[in-house]
Structures are given as C-alpha cells and as structure tokens.
Design a protein around this ligand. Structure first.
Ligand SMILES: Nc1nc2c(ncn2[C@@H]2O[C@H](COP(=O)(O)OP(=O)(O)OP(=O)(O)O)[C@@H](O)[C@H]2O)c(=O)[nH]1
Ligand SMILES: [Mg+2]
Length: 419
C-alpha cells in the first residue's frame, strides 16, 4: 500500500501523524511500500489531496503494483468516489483503516456487534453518495416499484441491519447494567484505565492485578476490555477495568458504536490516565484523550495522570522530562508498568484518591422517598440498611458533591418526621 498524508496550514503535527498512520496500516496487516506527502493551503473539496497529486499517485500505484492507497484523513463520500473514479485503484481513508483494525480485533460478541454497527454507519452515506441520482428517480420516501434500484434495496437492508444491531447491543447493555448494579450493591468501587492507544494500559492492568491480559506493540490491542480485582491495603473491594485505547480524531461512528463498552467509564470512581512518556507529542495525545472523555461527558471525573515507560528513557532524558511534567501535572505518577517501577507509589495514590472526597453519612429516609434513592447506589456506596418503622436508615459513603444534596436526610427521625 501507498500512504499519503496531507499537510494543510491549520495542522502542524505532521511527522507524528505520519508515524501513526504507518503504524495503523501495519496493524491492519498492510505493507507500506511508499509514502507521500502533499502540502496544500487547505483540503481540496473534490479530491481531498488535489487532482494533480491524485493522478500522480495513481501512476505510482500502477508502477509499484500497490494494491491500496491509504489517505491519512477522513474523506467525504464524494471525495472518495471522485478519487476512485480518477485513479481506479482501491482507496481507503483513516477511518476505514481504523474500522478495519477494529474488525480484526473484536473477539467478543459485543465487540463484533459494535464494530459491525460502526462499519455499516460508515458505509451507509457512502452508498448514498454513489446512488444519489438513482435514488432521486425512485420518487422519494415510501415509493416502491419501477423506480426501485438495487441500491435502494441495499440501503434499506443496511438500515434494517443497523437497527437490529442496535437492538442486540441494547440487550447486552441492559445485561451489563444489571451486572454493574450488582457490583455496586456489593460495594465495589470502580477504577478505569484510559489513555491513548499503545500507552501501556493493559500492561499496567497486568502489573496491578497480577493478570495476563493481552498486550502488544501495535494499536488497539484491546477491544474487549477486561475487568480485574484490584487488591487494596484497606481490604476495600475495588475493580480495575481496561478500556479500548483512544486515538486522535477517533471516528465518531466508533464512539457511538462502542458506547456500550465506553459506558463502563461513566461508572468509574476514578480514572487512571496512562500516558506514554516517550511519545514526542504527549501533550497533544493527552488533549485528544481528554477531548474524548469530555465527549463522553466524563471529563469532570477524578483523574490520576500516569506517565508510563520511564524505563525507556535515559536518566538524563527522564530527569528533564520529569521536572517539566511535574510542574504541569503536580499529582502525576511516573512508572514503568513493564519493569514494575513506581507501582507501589501508584497503588498508594489510587487508594488515597478513592478515599478522598467520600463522606460517610447516616441517613434517615422516609418510605415515600425511598424509591428515588436508587441513585445512592450509583453515586455512593451503601454500607448498611435498616428498615425501621417510619424510615429507612442507611449508612453510606458518598461523594462530596452528592453529600450536599443528602444533608437534609441526616437529621434524626423526629425532625424528618416533621417535614
Ligand atoms: N518500555 C516499556 N514498554 C512498555 C511499558 N508498558 C507497556 N509497554 C509496551 O507498550 C506496548 C503497548 O502496551 P499495551 O499494554 O498493549 O498498551 P495499551 O495501552 O493497552 O494499548 P491498546 O490496548 O492497544 O490501546 C507493548 O508493546 C508493551 O510491552 C513500559 O513500562 N516500558
Ligand atoms: Mg490494551
């Protein structure tokens, strides 16, 4: 395959971007035989890379007998169609490449369903693009008969498949909700690993929980996240969950499709943000992770920033970086998940973070209010429940934020009986 990367004036992180697309291509099982770059002021609306460059690449593909042209960017359906018509060879964009990797790597039923959904979501507008004229002949919504084309049949079939996949995923989601709820009821706290793909999340999961989940020096090694028990000094029940790695400009189809997997993160009491300290652009990678977290609505969650792979730096490099990073991220931890460096400090940090900002409360809840107290299970940990005559007496540990809302129930039974 040949890879082409477009540099526009708005962007400035090209070299690493090229490294990343190459790694993606290799992860997808392709062999990169040539790479090209083009500088343009902005993206070409018709061909993305510009017609001249596209023709040039078409010739190169013929000459080198390359089977595939990979474009480092997301093409609109029209750009893809124009390029295909112009060049004749097979062309894929970054999103399609990522989808392909996900498809190869998804093993669980849920993973497979989610990938298939993402692929069909990606495909649908691209079918439409090709068939827009034909579609119009059809006469619009609800008309069947002479104007119906194969394309419309395809589209309808895909839409049907999409909705059945969504249904299936929803079933799994419900099941997981139950599972999560029972975890809550048992008083488990949840810590979740997040971070850029290949940062070392799974390696760290293994280090902290003494397990052997799959790790690899390729992108998106983890698609079916594992959950393991995380032993605590305090004896508290804590689970650590691995997550699908993030990547900058993660295709929205994937975020949507993987919402069931990513939902796990919503439940987390603490996020461990793992960062590869050897990455030349770690600041940017961290912002893209945070961007995705905010799209998922969980950027407010407590985060411990973990700089991993310190063993891969020389002492001098490490000293310089550490000083700089500590200033920017005062409560970060520096570790090597592989060489087990800094793990004890991290464990202590996790433990103290879980304890902080939780308040133990004794609540007296009138029976008529009790049904709405399911939230307690989500926002806190119920330690003890006693069903008294007039109220439910609950001992719980809850987050500071939630504690304020509950303070009116802290009063003894006599007082709460008046209200
Ligand atoms: N030198 C060094 N390499 C590490 C360390 N931790 C992880 N790695 C390597 O980094 C690569 C990626 O590790 P993973 O644990 O699979 O990374 P991940 O974040 O789970 O990646 P995805 O699941 O693909 O998102 C592997 O080749 C690991 O061996 C470390 O502390 N030092
Ligand atoms: Mg992993």
């Amino acid at each position: 395959m040949i890879i082409v990367d477009l540099q526009t004036q708005e962007e400035d992180n090209q070299s690493s971007s090229m490294e990343e697309i190459k790694l993606l291509a290799e992860t997808a099982g392709g062999k990169v035989i040539a790479e090209a770059q083009q500088k343009r002021e902005k993206i070409d609306p018709a061909y993305y890379i510009g017609k001249g460059k596209a023709l040039e690449l078409g010739t190169a593909m013929d000459e080198m007998a390359a089977d595939l042209l990979v474009i480092n960017g997301e093409l609109s359906p029209t750009q893809l169609r124009n390029l295909e018509n112009l060049i004749g060879g097979k062309i894929i964009d970054r999103t399609a490449l990522i989808l392909d990797i996900f498809a190869r790597r998804a093993l669980s039923r849920q993973g497979r369903l989610q990938v298939e959904l993402a692929q069909l979501n990606y495909l649908l507008p691209r079918l439409t693009g090709r068939g827009v004229q034909l579609s119009r002949l059809g006469g619009g919504i609800g008309t069947r008969g002479p104007g119906e084309t194969k394309l419309e049949v395809d589209r309808r079939r895909i839409k049907k498949k999409i909705s059945s996949l969504k249904k299936e995923i929803n079933e799994i989601r419900k099941h997981r909700d139950l599972h999560r709820k029972s975890r809550r009821d048992k008083g488990y706290l949840l810590v979740a690993l997040v971070g850029y793909t290949n940062a070392g999340k799974s390696t760290l999961l293994n280090a902290l929980t003494n397990s052997q989940v799959f790790t690899e020096n390729k992108l998106f090694a983890t698609l079916d996240p594992a959950v393991r028990e995380l032993p605590q000094e305090s004896g508290e029940n804590v689970l650590l969950s691995d997550t699908v790695g993030f990547i900058k400009d993660l295709p929205p189809q994937l975020i949507e499709a993987f919402s069931a997997t990513l939902e796990e993160l919503q439940e987390a009491d603490l996020l461990l943000h793992v960062v590869d300290i050897t990455s030349p652009e770690l600041g940017k990678l961290m912002s893209s992770v945070n961007e995705i977290l905010s799209r998922l609505g969980i950027d407010e969650k407590q985060q411990v920033v973990i700089f991993n792979k310190i063993d891969a730096l020389s002492n001098k490099e490490f000293a310089a970086l550490e000083q700089k990073l500590r200033r920017g991220y005062p409560s970060s931890v520096f570790i090597s998940a592989e060489k087990m460096l800094g793990i004890t400090e991290l464990q202590e940090k996790i433990e103290s973070n879980l304890k902080s900002n939780e308040i133990r409360m004794k609540l007296f809840i009138p029976y008529d209010r009790w049904p709405s107290f399911h939230r307690l299970y989500e926002k806190g940990r119920v330690l003890k429940i006693e069903y008294q005559e007039q109220y439910v007496q609950v001992e719980a540990e809850v987050k500071e934020k939630f504690a304020k809302e509950l303070s009116s129930f802290e009063k003894g039974p006599q007082k709460s009986a008046q209200t």
